[in-house]
Design a binder for this molecule. Structure first.
Ligand code: JFZ
Length: 429
């Protein structure tokens, strides 16, 4: 038994020694800082599934065969798509980057690709590449672009969805062929589209295979070392990844049950959430989140040192439904006014309080009071440094405070509160 353990330990050691260690370049580290500064992004789930108005899992959930589903491509013709409108929608909402599905689990590529004919340019009457238009528009408007890319594919023969897995490969598929296909597409996405800054992987959890991440991440970083790689595997970050993501949960929370194994690591953090209850366009889903709830999600994420990636599912004609534009116009107006306490901040390390959170930038702390307390003050524990000034961010008016060894009391009596978030800026020395 002991011998066996020793042997195993040696083997593990050898594997570890053999694995390449990833050292991010200076450009990559700068990209991570910039990513953290942006704080707010737009997630877009858009594909031929939008035609059925039942989310991006509709093929799987309704047991639609690949051949029948493929027919959706014949009718996909988003004549009303306008890249400028989408980018301006994001900008107006106060978002600094867009992460869009280039290919989801249905296997349909929403970009022009030589690696498969099953793509928007070659297989639909639209014959245009919306992701190219979006990429060019993003560069023009100073918005960063990231591509979501599915590892899981319900249709391809080489992927062989449903096949038993032996030795890290699907026995009924051709795993090498599938890995090469993904590498070809990722090369296109990184080299052809201007300004792409990140790749957001998803689908890892579908099967227990060898995903060849060393090769895939290695290829991405070879093509462009500054690209930020993230993977929605719901595990701790793996070698070669540049940020850690959480799905439908703030870092540290696990309301979904997906996040139990994703201990918070040292990489930049991002959490994604839907504007209603769906990722892809869903015609019956009317559970729209209020602007207040979205603002609170953004502020809470920032307080935990994380970005917030808010998802919308555009309609099959290429338009964004008015409920989303209305809500995000309100969110945008709020963020434009209060951006100083969001953009470029980091978590303060002070834990969330019943009334809200604290963000930090340089020597300033931003106290976000989202739930007004019963007593007319908030108490901030564990504050380092001496507070020299407290002022309402909205108008600069002085706010009373008292600092003691155990923390700072900030008095709210008589101040003009904001129904979303009353922000008090503390200057420390
Ligand atoms: C995944 C996708 O399946 C989904 O369509 C969407 O793109 C979202 C952002 O990411 O969602 C998941 C992934 C894994 C689990 C649940 C939802 N899981 O492991 O339970």
């Amino acid at each position: 038994m002991i011998k066996k353990l020793l042997l195993m330990g040696m083997l593990l050691g050898a594997v570890r020694a053999g694995a390449q260690t990833y050292t991010p370049t200076a450009d990559n580290l700068a990209a991570r800082q910039n990513f953290q500064d942006m704080k707010f992004g737009l997630f877009i789930h858009w594909g031929i599934y939008s035609e059925l108005g039942a989310g991006e899992w509709v093929m799987n959930e309704k047991h639609i065969s690949y051949d029948s589903y493929k027919r959706l491509a014949d009718f996909f013709n988003p004549q009303a798509f306008n890249a400028h409108e989408w980018v301006m929608f994001a900008k107006k909402a106060g978002m600094k980057y867009i992460t869009i599905t280039s290919r989801h689990h249905d296997g349909f590529s929403m970009f022009g690709t030589k690696a498969s004919p099953y793509n928007i340019v070659d297989a639909t009457p639209y014959h245009k590449d919306p992701l190219m238009e979006l990429a060019q528009e993003c560069v023009k408007e100073g918005i960063e672009l990231h591509f979501y890319y599915s590892l899981l594919d319900w249709g391809r023969k080489d992927y062989a969805f449903g096949s038993p897995i032996v030795d890290g490969k699907p026995v009924n598929g051709d795993w090498d062929s599938y890995i090469n296909f993904m590498k070809a597409q990722l090369t296109e996405l990184i080299t052809k589209y201007p300004g792409v800054k990140g790749i957001w992987f998803d689908g890892h959890w579908e099967r227990d295979v060898n995903w060849h991440y060393d090769e895939i991440y290695g290829l991405i970083h070879k093509l462009n070392p500054a690209i930020l790689v993230g993977n929605n595997h719901h595990l701790e970050p793996k070698e070669g990844e540049d940020f850690q993501m959480f799905e439908k949960d703030l870092p540290g929370a696990n309301t979904t049950g997906f996040s139990g194994k994703s201990k918070i690591g040292a990489l930049p953090l991002e959490t994604c959430e839907t504007i209603n209850n769906s990722w892809g366009f869903n015609i019956t889903d009317r559970s729209f989140k209020s602007s207040k709830r979205i603002i609170h999600y953004l502020v809470n994420a920032a307080g935990l040192n994380a970005n917030f990636l808010l998802n919308i599912g555009p309609m099959p004609n290429g338009k964004i439904q008015p409920e989303f534009t209305d809500t995000l116009a309100i969110v945008g107006a709020w963020v434009q006014k209060n951006g100083e306490a969001i953009y470029g901040t980091r978590g303060s390390g002070i834990p969330a309080q019943p009334w809200g959170v604290i963000t930090q930038k340089d020597k300033n702390l931003y106290v976000h009071v989202m739930t007004l307390p019963q007593l007319p003050y908030v108490f901030i524990p564990q504050l380092k440094g001496k507070v020299t000034k407290a002022a309402l961010l909205a108008d600069g008016s002085a706010v009373k405070f008292k600092q003691q060894t155990e923390g700072v009391f900030v008095y709210l009596n008589g101040i003009a509160t904001d129904p979303n978030d009353t922000i008090i800026k503390l200057t420390t020395n």
